[in-house]
Ligand binder design. Structure first.
Ligand SMILES: [Zn+2]
Ligand SMILES: [Zn+2]
Ligand SMILES: [Zn+2]
Ligand SMILES: [Zn+2]
Ligand SMILES: [Zn+2]
Ligand SMILES: [Zn+2]
Length: 376
């Protein structure tokens, strides 16, 4: 007879054994599935210390009476009933899970349940509690609240570096008339209805006569660049509304946002004998501009004056404005206003288009190539 048959014979079924096995099976099955057994022995509850009879619960060798099981909250992590749970983000934790199982905040070291993952520039991942997240997050440039989740990035046209804003400030804040950054929703407009940010406010040229030293500086820069303007235009500082009216009423002008150039041209002779004489030549610039902008606007308008003395008929707005921007671009760079200079390149209007076109010519044929192109 084989080994298997011998064993089978040994384990021959008899009614006594069936009853014992069935009882054992129910006991084990019950314990595995519900953690409950009906105890016949005295057991002490981990929480209330009472000796319990009847239904009780066990977790990792600890016993809990049914009453405590039902009355106390359960640990979110391991499930045991807890008398004094630690509450974290609305969930209950036992001391053990809180101290040893939960991950720790990389900022302050406290255990965290719901944590925020942040990746730094090098790709290193850190997890933070809400407090630390707020501490280590970028702040809204306007109201200072921590930027968590969605936020807005706005580039200034004058000052370097983008600014970040919270959703609230983006929706309610006003745009600075000059630099495009946001102004507090509580800010009041100035007498011309303009909202001006703190940065630009600090830098405004308040008095009209303070524009003249700026104009002198522009003139010197042109000479340095080899651009001589024969008939020096007048410079008038006007209100924004007045500038708008001037822009509408004049027939020959280059209308810009913060400045305007206007001239009356007399052309005599033809061909090589042709000469251009400017009977009037006037620059208008809006009052109370931030210093950098005033410098840029006057440079731009002065470039028109140089251009009009040499070009008989308009080359169209893209080239006319593009040239004024091209001169401004170089002079601003020469004065260390790189950011403002670079921002001219990114304008989406004809100003940007014209500048990009001339910079492309300059790249291929140098600045002399640009001059040849303008004067051809
Ligand atoms: Zn109990
Ligand atoms: Zn626990
Ligand atoms: Zn923390
Ligand atoms: Zn804000
Ligand atoms: Zn501003
Ligand atoms: Zn212009």
């Amino acid at each position: 007879m084989s080994e298997i048959n011998k064993k089978l014979r040994k384990w021959r079924i008899n009614p006594g054994k069936v009853i014992i096995f069935t009882f054992l099976f129910i006991l084990i099955f019950n314990f595995l599935h519900t953690n409950t057994v009906f105890a016949q022995d005295k057991l002490k509850c981990e929480l209330c210390g009472k000796t319990s009879w009847g239904k009780y619960w066990t977790y990792d060798n600890a016993t809990y009476c049914d009453e405590c099981y039902k009355n106390y909250p359960h640990c979110y992590s391991c499930g045991i009933p807890v008398k004094d749970p630690i509450i974290l983000d609305g969930e209950h934790f036992c001391q053990n899970c809180y101290s040893f199982k939960l991950p720790k905040c990389d900022g302050c070291g406290i255990p965290v349940h719901k944590c925020w993952i942040k990746k730094d520039k090098n790709g290193k991942i850190s997890r933070y509690c809400r407090n630390c997240l707020e501490k280590f997050s970028d702040k809204c440039s306007l109201c200072g609240t921590a930027l968590i989740g969605r936020y807005w990035v706005i580039n200034s046209t004058i000052v370097e570096g983008p600014r970040k804003y919270c959703e609230q400030c983006k929706s309610k804040g006003k745009k600075c008339f000059f630099c495009g950054l946001l102004v507090s929703p509580y800010a009041k407009p100035d007498f011309e209805g303009r909202f001006i940010c703190d940065g630009c406010s600090k830098n405004l040229i308040e008095k009209s006569y303070d524009y003249y030293p700026v104009f002198d500086s522009v003139k010197r820069s042109f000479l340095k660049m080899g651009l001589k303007v024969n008939n020096t235009p007048t410079l008038s500082v006007v209100g924004f509304k007045k500038l708008k009216q001037l822009g509408e009423s004049v027939t020959y002008s280059t209308g810009d946002k913060w400045g305007l150039y206007k001239c009356t041209k007399v052309i005599t002779g033809t061909g090589a004998d042709r000469s251009i004489f400017l009977k009037t030549s006037d620059i208008y610039v809006v009052s109370r501009l931030p210093r950098e902008l005033a410098f840029y606007v006057i440079t731009h308008e002065y470039a028109h004056a140089w251009y009009e003395e040499r070009v008989v008929t308009s080359r169209g707005p893209v080239i006319d404005e593009g040239f004024a921007e091209w001169v401004s671009y170089h002079i601003l760079k020469d004065h260390g206003m790189n950011y403002l200079a670079e921002s001219l390149k990114h304008k989406k209007d004809i100003y940007g288009e014209g500048l990009r076109k001339l910079l492309e010519i300059e790249r291929k044929r140098g600045s002399d190539g640009v001059m040849d192109f303008i004067l051809e």
